[in-house]
Design a protein around this ligand. Structure first.
Ligand code: SAM
Length: 449
């Protein structure tokens, strides 16, 4: 079932979290000269036009890049991401939004390799067209064609990833960003990363996921924490309290396996800002957890706190949620000791290339012209059972430095802990100012849940 079309959701708060983190992961990878392979298992169309039928129908970018667009006080790491989006829009008007392949193309270097997979035939064609046009534009500028630097395949990203690992350079950044329109996606992600870690334990895997009420979603981060990875980091961004009817995506997360050591302090600096700008009500918050695997039984804990971290039980899946929540203006302020830590940002070894803007009109027009054939709703799909929650898990040391602004307002935490009900994730981002949203994003191509 391929009803999901990302054009309906481009630039929403979940994209902001994902792409901002992606930029930081590239910057970290760029610190070493050695080439790396970027694998995008679920690429989408690559570039999105925010004045397309799809984007304007849902208006989801109003929950993400929209409010950030004119912010001139963003913390430096977030500015890296905003600069990339600004470079796509030299007129100063927000018209284009990058997909993860475009972020990777801009952030990676000549020596790096991009391997892009997309299963939807229409989006795969648009992706390929976009890169062809980007290439043509580069050629006009006298730059080398991408040659084999970028390879785009119409295929199953889960299966394809396996075949590429380990890469010859022994350095890889893998983004896994499925629609989660079928329950099976949760299990497929976990299984695929487990298998990949078996072949390539040092790979960096960045997994986006929706925070939803459905059991697969609630259990998902805990299942990822039990992967045989040396280290992990889990960051969530919640923009609002779940709606009573469960529609809309109010929260999402990025789970990084083998994260850069610089990521956590950087997130501590940026997440409070994102909550402040994108938060829509008192439910807005972020969480940051980090853990290290050792051996034995599960012993994850929040740093500096007594209670055990959640493991292996969906009902206890999110006790960390809300830790790090930031009050919106007009509400009580965080304590002094909850102030975000200064970032330890990696030096920028390569940044967004600003000279592709002329090609973007052509790129995004291609995407805007994409047929709205994703208008069917996401259904449950054929779902295989998620991995048993009672499976034996390897032990971990306590997650370290859990949150930037921790241990405040436990009651509030419990009340809003990423448990939006319903099955729409990407679509119909809750609280967005457009009125024409439906449960699945105004007919917007499936759901992330
Ligand atoms: N990563 C993209 C970005 O950030 O711009 C967005 C990707 S979108 C959320 C998910 C994409 O995965 C959709 O375009 C969908 O067609 C595609 N897809 C679904 N199942 C897939 C699979 N098994 N392999 C590859 N692509 C798949």
């Amino acid at each position: 079932m391929l009803s999901y079309r990302h054009a309906f959701h481009a630039g929403n708060h979940a994209d902001v979290l994902k792409h901002f983190v992606q930029v930081q992961l590239h910057l970290y990878m760029n610190q070493k000269d050695a080439a790396y392979t970027y694998i995008d298992t679920h690429s989408g169309a690559g570039v999105y036009s925010l004045d397309s039928f799809q984007a304007t129908k849902t208006g989801e970018f109003d929950t993400g890049i929209g409010p950030l667009w004119n912010c001139d006080d963003a913390p430096a790491p977030l500015k890296e991401y905003l600069d990339l989006v600004h470079a796509m829009n030299p007129s100063g008007k927000l018209r284009y939004y990058p997909g993860s392949p475009y972020v990777a193309e801009q952030m990676s270097r000549e020596q790096d390799r991009l391997r892009l997979f997309e299963l939807h035939p229409a989006d795969c064609k648009i992706l390929a067209d976009n890169f062809r046009k980007l290439d043509a534009h580069k050629a006009e500028q006298g730059q080398r064609s991408r040659g084999r630097r970028v390879m785009i395949d119409h295929g199953d990203g889960f299966a394809s990833m396996k075949a590429l690992l380990p890469p010859p350079s022994r350095r890889a950044l893998v983004l896994i960003d499925p629609p989660y329109e079928i329950k099976d996606d949760y299990k497929r992600v976990r299984d695929a990363v487990e298998e990949a870690l078996g072949k390539f334990p040092s790979g960096m895997f960045a997994i986006w996921y929706p925070v939803l009420q459905r059991m697969e979603s609630r259990q998902f981060p805990d299942r990822l924490k039990r992967l045989p990875a040396k280290e992990w980091l889990n960051v969530t961004l919640t923009t609002n309290t779940p709606t009573p009817d469960g529609t809309g995506l109010h929260s999402s997360g990025m789970f990084i396996v083998n994260p850069p050591y610089t990521l956590e302090p950087m997130l501590r600096e940026v997440m409070p800002y994102l909550v402040r700008v994108l938060g829509r009500d008192a439910g807005a918050r972020f969480t940051i957890e980090k853990g290290t695997q050792v051996t034995g039984a599960v012993t994850g804990r929040q740093a500096g706190e007594g209670p055990r971290a959640p493991v292996g039980n969906a009902r206890r899946a999110s006790p960390l949620s809300g830790k790090g929540s930031l009050r919106l203006p007009g509400q009580s302020m965080p304590r002094a000791d909850e102030a975000p830590a200064p970032a330890d940002k990696p030096a920028r070894a390569a940044g967004p290339r600003a000279n592709n803007t002329r090609a973007l009109g052509r790129l995004a027009r291609a995407e805007g012209a994409a047929p709205a054939d994703g208008a069917t709703r996401a259904g449950g799909g054929s779902a295989s059972a998620p991995a048993s929650a009672s499976a034996r898990a390897p032990a971990r040391t306590p997650p370290r430095n859990t949150t930037g602004s921790t241990a405040r307002n436990a009651a509030g935490n419990t009340a809003g802990q990423g448990t939006a009900r319903g099955n729409s994730a990407r679509p119909a981002t809750a609280g967005a100012p457009r009125s024409n949203r439906t449960r699945q994003g105004g007919g917007g191509g499936g759901g992330r849940g």
